[in-house]
Structure formats: C-alpha cells, structure tokens
Design a protein around this ligand. Structure first.
Ligand code: BG6
Length: 506
C-alpha cells in the first residue's frame, strides 16, 4: 500500500480509500488509545490520503460533538501537539449513533462510507467484550466484511478484536468458532498491545541475538523467574468493564502470558509469525498450575482499599469506585506460580504478578540464577540476577558478586545497560499495530489457538475462585506494595505432585 505524507492526505487523492471504523468509538479505549494512535499515524504520514475514521457507538453524539470529544482526548494524551494539527485531523472523523445489536447503524455505515466496494476497511471492535460476537455478526451480515462479501470485491476488510478474548476457555472457543464461521483467520487480528511495545519485541532479540544467554536459559542454571506488571492508581472510570474482568482477564491471560511466552518458549526455527506462534502454543501446552493450599499457596489474589496513587492523589476503596458492585469479589491483584513440564524448565517456578493501585508502575522480568555451590570463607555470595526492564524505561541489569576492595565480605555489583525511554519512542504500540493491521501483517497479533491455550491453563484457577468466598481476597492499601506473596516462594515438592492431579485441582 502506498503511504502518503500529511500534506497529501489533506488534499491528495488515492484510488483505494480507507475507512477505519471503531465500534465503541466513544469509549475509553477509543479515546485514550485508538484515536491518539491514528492521529500519530496521520502526522507521520503513514495513512492513505483519503482515510476516514468513523466512530460508532450508543452515545447521543453527532459528528461535530465527536470531533470535539476526539480533540480533547488527543490533546490530553499528546499535550505537546499543535492544536491546529489535531483540529485538521479531526476533520477526517465521523460519527454514527446506534446500537451495535441493531442492523441500522451498519446499514448507515455501509451507505455513507463503504459505497465503493474498493474501499479498504479496518473494523476495530473496541466495544464492551460481550458485544464482540454481535458486532462481528452485524459486520458480516451487512456485507461490510467477512466471507459473505462477493469474490472479486478486491478491497481488504479486516477486523481487530480487543481483549479480553472470551472470559474463559468455553467462551474463547465459542468466539473463535463464531468468528471462523464468518471470517477467514487471516482477516482476524486479535490484538495485545504489549506485543507492539519495543521493549517486548526486544525480548526476542535479547534472547536469540546474543549467544551468551541461551546456554544458561534452563533449569540447570535458573532457580526461578519472576514476571511483574505493576500499575499505580485505581481503575478510574473503567469500573463497569473492570468489575466484570478483574486482573486475571484484564492483564494476566493476555499481557503477562505473552511476556511469559517470550521469556520461556523454545527457540523458534525463524522469527516468522507462524514459527513464533507455534512455540508459544507449545509452551502454553506444557505449562501447569500447582495445587493450592493454605500451607503451599499457588496463588494470591487481592483487592485494593482506599489509599493514594503515588502522586498525591487519593484512591477510593475499590468497592466504592464508580460502577463497581459494593460487595464485589473481583480481584485487582493476582500473583500465581506456574511450572512448565519440558526439558528446559521442569521444576523451575515462574511467578507472575500484576495489580492495580500499587506503589509504582513498572514491568520487569527477573531471572534468578542458582546460588554458586562454592563456599568462600568470609563471603556470602548472592545469586546472580538478570533483570529485563520493560517499563517505564527499557533496560537490562545484571547482578554479580565481587570481592570488596581491600578484602572483607563480598559486594554486589549491578551492571546496568541499555536504559532508554522506548515507551515514548514513535511509533507507540497501538500505532505500530494499527499500521500492521492496515497492511495485513499479523506477525504481532494473536492466533486463535494461543488464546485458547492460555485459557486452558487459567480456567481451573478461575473455576476454583468461584467457590471461594470474597473473604479469600486479601485487602491491600492503594499505594502499597500489594498483598504478601512470600508464600509463593515456597517451592512445591514436585515429586509428590503428579502433573495431572496438580493441573486438575489448581
Ligand atoms: C490494558 C488494560 O490492556 O493494559 C489496562 O485493560 C491496563 O487495565 C493497560 O492499565 C496497561 O497497559 P500499559 O501499556 O499502560 O502498561
């Protein structure tokens, strides 16, 4: 596809026009992530000249009001941007008010923006997750996208599906089957914006473009692996969504699982999308959760209480957040331990954790190496530790034991490398992934079986929670380090716990 610069976008012509439709176009995801990303692509000259963006949602707005809303939202995300440029961009935005469950808004969409069969279409399902299937059905039955379109209608019509992809294994399978009835897998783009982050992509390079790590990347040298995605601040205006989702569905099943996969998968034969996805699926199939008991916990879940957001702002009790049920048992923090049964990882615990309203926002993968077996008089060696920092800054650090100058006890040196602010580098994750989807490149999107395998792993956990009372949730003060997860560091005696038994009862 030919990409034109910003000037030509304003006046130029393009034989294939493109229309990006955001279903749920006035929601939080659209306003905070999608519109600012499309704006950035526009300023970088990476959108075809005649691109239009249509927001479709239930809110009583018209195009003029939608443009004002978009202007404010983009200004809030990109405060340094020239307001005139944002205004010029918003002239490409349109709004259709309607219910996703009704045919009328889709007829209007088709009539107004897809009259020409050669118009390329990207449909972003950014609506409430329980409307994904209905939105996909309406797009297909109205002939806007999907298998129903007559052969020879040359334009691309692709669908981006946001997370959470299903709420459990059965729902994810159902959604996949449903989508496959209406669409080719190649036209379905299941998005996980973590895969669009530079620092996350760099994980693959770090592991496979350096020879020094691969020989150590296994149970012989590694004692345990920790993967943390911590966030500060409460859930804000997202209570309606979050209270249905919780930390497992919002962060663990997708973002954390992707980090786990990239950290632990076997070396793929190439970095081609199909090869990497294959290895991720194999890893997920070999992963399992140990049995959970009070003495030997396999997970910890928590919910925040009133506190602060780390920047002087107050955070209310989770149950007092807007649109959250007053007796909610939804977890805002989860930590769990999992194992992988293969030659590389057997017996090595992976401890994954994520939570809202914690003391600071950061994402890190820490590889703890085994202790040195050597006894050195007067020295307390500490295990080596490699930290891969995902955010806020990207970086790597390695901890060594050294001898203190002049003798005495050992010292610990932290070698820090590659600290960089990749988070604010362009393109950002949504920009990159939107540009890829427009081009039809699915390398950084999730294949249907990846989502199902991740659910297969986590389903027993969620099922066991259904029978736990709300009291099993550990409260933690907003702005604190979160619940105590030290119990997870007690290693499970693997030889007493055959895999089948463990994974069925977790
Ligand atoms: C989203 C979750 O997918 O990821 C949010 O729905 C979360 O709850 C966000 O805050 C975190 O993304 P990032 O890029 O800010 O780490």
């Amino acid at each position: 596809m030919l990409y034109l610069g910003m000037d030509s976008m304003n006046g130029g012509s393009h034989s294939h026009s493109t229309c990006i439709t955001v279903l749920g176009g006035s929601g939080d995801l659209a306003l905070r992530r999608i519109l600012p990303a499309v704006y950035k692509l526009w300023t970088l000259g990476k959108l075809p000249a005649s691109t239009r963006l249509v927001g479709l949602a239930i809110d009583e707005l018209d195009t003029a009001a939608y443009r004002r809303l978009a202007l404010a939202a983009i200004k809030a995300i990109h405060p340094g941007e020239d307001e005139l440029a944002i205004r010029r961009f918003t002239r490409h935005l349109y709004y259709i008010q309607g219910d996703i469950r009704a045919a009328a808004p889709f007829a209007a969409l088709r009539q107004r923006y897809f009259k020409h069969p050669a118009t390329d279409g990207l449909f972003y399902l950014a609506c409430a997750p329980d409307l994904f299937a209905e939105a996909a059905r309406q797009l297909a039955t109205s002939g806007l996208a999907g298998l129903n379109r007559a052969a020879g209608e040359g334009a691309s019509r692709r669908v981006i599906v946001e997370k959470p992809f299903g709420t459990d294994l059965q729902a994810a399978r159902g959604l996949n089957q449903f989508l496959h009835q209406h669409y080719r897998e190649d036209d379905i783009f299941r998005i996980d914006h973590y895969l669009g982050k530079d620092a996350v992509q760099n994980l693959i390079y770090f592991r496979f473009a350096n020879t020094i790590f691969e020989p150590l990347w296994n149970r012989k040298y590694i004692d345990r692996v920790e993967i943390v995605l911590a966030e500060s601040g409460g859930i804000g205006k997202r209570g309606g969504y979050y209270d249905q989702a919780g930390a497992v569905r919002d962060m663990l099943q997708n973002h954390l699982m992707q980090l786990f996969c990239l950290t632990a998968m076997e070396t793929p034969p190439s970095l081609a999308a199909a090869d990497v996805r294959e290895e991720k699926v194999k890893l997920l199939r070999a992963a399992w959760l140990p049995e959970h008991s009070a003495d030997l916990p396999g997970f910890v879940r928590g919910q925040y209480r009133a506190g602060h957001d780390g920047q002087g702002g107050a955070v209310p009790d989770y149950r007092a957040e807007r649109l959250v049920r007053p007796d909610s048992a939804t977890e805002t923090f989860v930590a769990l331990k999992l194992y992988v049964d293969n030659w590389r990882w057997q017996g090595v615990p992976f401890i994954l954790s994520t939570g809202k309203a914690l003391e600071r926002r950061y994402g890190e993968i820490t590889i703890h190496f085994r202790q040195s077996p050597m006894e050195i008089p007067g020295v307390t060696p500490d295990a080596n530790r490699l930290v891969l920092r995902i955010q806020p800054d990207e970086g790597v650090s390695m901890r060594f034991n050294t001898r203190a100058p002049g003798g005495g006890d050992s010292e610990h040196e932290e070698l820090v490398g590659m600290l960089r602010d990749s988070a604010s580098a362009a393109p950002g994750p949504y920009e990159r992934l939107l540009a890829d989807a427009l081009r039809g490149d699915s390398t950084l999107f999730i294949r249907f079986d990846e989502t199902e395998e991740a659910w297969q792993l986590l389903d027993p956990l969620l099922a066991s929670w259904d029978s736990l009372s709300a009291a099993a949730l550990q409260p933690y003060a907003a702005g604190s380090a979160g619940p105590d997860i030290s119990g997870l560091y007690r290693h499970h005696p693997l030889w007493q716990q055959p895999r089948q038994q463990a994974s069925s009862g977790a």
